[in-house]
Design a protein around this ligand. Structure first.
Ligand SMILES: O=P(O)(O)OC[C@H]1O[C@@H](O)[C@H](O)[C@@H](O)[C@@H]1O
Length: 232
């Protein structure tokens, strides 16, 4: 299961942080007539994708070339890493102010599936995954976690590649053929399909259902409780 937008209500905070960072950057570059980051830009180029790939994807979509810079570039640097850090500063401030909340349907279904004997892994592109799960008190709920930190440490390819999901299967000691992917981001659905998971479920919290289907989702639900009695 993906975290942001499936288990925790953190998509809004990510979206706002990305928009503030990129709109500010674009305005500085192009002046008041700049074309702001739209929700479609977020969904297609950033959602579910690791922080620095998100920067790269969006810049590429606007034909903007910036130097990569260095991983420890500070947020003032006009580099891929600098912009990524800028966004993370804004994100952490917003998170501290508003706090993360859980989706109750996700919690209900996690409990339901666990009682049925299913193994559950939380997967996320986010390097803030552990911090967020901890802040809402559900860090220990899962049998495995593969997140943005794991991705960096183990040099895994990010979504839309399936590496994160495949790593989760290894940790859970299940084969791909026995596993189900639950995702709300187009990139996550694409990763599930690429990894040949037999069932890739899209979670449509914000009216992106058609696009999730187009990305390859086998089914789309608006509320995870719709899955009660369906998978096992
Ligand atoms: O910057 P972080 O916390 O490592 O998160 C990386 C990405 O994590 C994904 O889960 C979000 O959908 C993206 O918006 C975010 O950019």
């Amino acid at each position: 299961m993906d975290m942001d937008g499936v288990i925790t209500q953190t998509t809004e905070i990510h979206t706002e942080a990305w928009k503030r960072m990129f709109d500010d950057f674009l305005q500085n570059e192009y002046g008041p007539d700049f074309k702001p980051l739209a929700i479609e830009d977020y969904k297609e180029f950033i959602d579910g994708i690791s922080r620095f790939d998100g920067v790269r994807n969006f810049l590429k979509s606007r034909n903007i070339e910036l130097p990569e810079g260095l991983e420890d570039d500070d947020s003032e640097k006009k580099t891929v890493y600098g912009l990524g850090r800028r966004k993370n500063h804004i994100f952490l401030k917003l998170l501290e102010k508003r706090g993360a909340t859980k989706y109750e349907d996700a919690l209900e279904m996690i409990d339901y599936w666990k009682k049925k004997g299913m193994k559950l892994a939380v997967i996320s592109a986010s390097r803030n995954c552990k911090h967020i799960l901890n802040s809402v008190g559900i860090l220990d709920l899962f049998d495995a976690r593969v997140d943005g930190i794991t991705q960096k440490e183990e040099n895994l390819k990010g979504k839309p590649e399936p590496d994160i999901f495949l790593r989760a299967c290894k940790l859970l000691e299940v084969s791909v053929g026995q596993a189900i992917v639950i995702e709300d981001a187009r990139a996550g659905i694409r990763a599930g399909k690429k990894g040949q998971f037999p069932l890739v479920i899209g979670v449509d919290r914000y009216g992106d259902g058609e696009n999730l289907k187009e990305a390859g989702a086998d089914m789309v639900v608006g509320n995870l409780c719709e899955l009660k009695g369906q998978l096992i």
